[in-house]
Design a protein around this ligand. Sequence first.
Ligand code: GLN
Length: 203
Amino acid sequence: MHPKIGILALQGDFAEHVQVVKRLKAEPVLVKTPDSLASVDALIIPGGESTTISRLMKKSGIFPLLKRLVGEGLPVYGTCAGAVLLAKNTGDARVRPLGALDISVKRNAYGPQKESFEGAVAIVHGKARGRVIKGVFIRAPLITRTGRKVAILAVRKENGSIHPVAVRQGNVIATTFHPELTGETLFHSMLKELAERRQNEQA
Ligand code: GLN
């Protein structure tokens, strides 16, 4: 049976993730309530506005369940605003973080003249190590700190400095850019693998 990949559909670009999940032959499930969250093998938190998604997660009752499930090993992948929501420190009191990834982020850190841009992202970990892919950054957060247990999967070079743009800690993956907009399936495939493993464990 195909794994069920939930896509948090409270706000943001969840529709694009649905297309990627379908392409990978997994079953997409739109998650708007705690009930629908309880039935999935993995979850994607899309890009959007992290303050809004945070507020709606609280209002819908999803926040406490998701915090518990991710702590218990539910595979979760956050893009952009999703990465902010997964972080330990968001630097913004309006965004209540899940704290599942030991990273600190600075929201909208690329400055107004760089609201949105495309740039090279180098994969530095795993099977795809050495590949350079296109990253679409839209008011992206900057990862300013990574904890000891956090693996850096991809980096971006900018103004002489190198900073992480894709990270993983166990069952949690985050990218500050949007692979769902470029047809890049590397990170979604990684999530699908974790979802299949969880499906087998729970069967
Ligand atoms: N800047 C947004 C935030 O922090 C994220 C933008 C995005 O997800 N594309 O909420």
